[in-house]
Ligand binder design. Structure first.
Ligand code: ZN
Length: 198
């Protein structure tokens, strides 16, 4: 039994459910928060609630957005002839950090995974196909090369190529099964630059 109060225990148990945070870290964070001034804790709590209340998904590319369209889809400066396909909104952040890419994005919402019951209908694939008008010349598939990722890349290539679009994927250099998240920006940048036809 712990000697914490129920209120503190509740916070520890909630925090320890977050990715990368074990029980010990959750405990440390909880006691740290306990010592913070009230307004700082309220600021943090407000920021947490805001991501649920204020963040929506872009109706074109499914990136996170505060309005109907995300900042990339709204921008006049982005190159509308290239669409980079990623698994999650988080991946966009890592590609943007390279400062190499000026095109648009499309967030699939995952990869094909028959074992987990994730099929074509569960991903934003038909929404991607709908975007491929004559302005779009190239689709870069920036999906992690896990077994499921590879199957997804092949599937996308098979349906996009007949539409007359160039389909490329990131060059090797991103570790197999590795997430973009764990790859530094130089590697992502090289992988983008040396992208290869699928
Ligand atoms: Zn968008």
């Amino acid at each position: 039994m712990s000697n914490n109060s129920n209120v503190v225990d509740n916070l520890i148990s909630k925090l320890s459910k977050l990715p990368g945070i074990g029980r010990k870290t959750a405990q440390r964070l909880s006691f740290y928060l306990l010592k913070l001034p009230r307004e700082e804790v309220i600021g943090l709590a407000r920021a947490l609630v805001d991501i649920k209340d204020k963040i929506k998904y872009c109706k074109v590319c499914f990136n996170i957005s505060e309005g109907e369209l995300c900042k990339f889809c709204r921008s006049e400066k982005r190159d509308k002839s290239v669409i980079c396909v990623v698994e999650e909104p988080n991946d966009i952040y890592f590609i943007e950090k390279t400062n190499e890419y000026r095109g648009l994005y499309h967030v699939l919402g995952g990869v094909l995974s028959p074992l987990n019951g994730i099929g074509v209908e569960d991903l934003k694939i038909k929404e991607l196909i709908k975007r491929l008008d004559e302005k779009v010349k190239e689709v870069i598939i920036a999906i992690n090369p896990s077994v499921e990722g590879e199957a997804t890349i092949l599937y996308l290539s098979k349906i996009i190529k007949p539409l007359g679009k160039k389909v490329t994927r990131l060059a090797r250099g991103i570790p197999v099964g590795g997430d973009l998240e764990y790859t530094d920006e130089v590697t992502v940048s090289k992988a983008l630059e040396g992208r290869i036809d699928v």
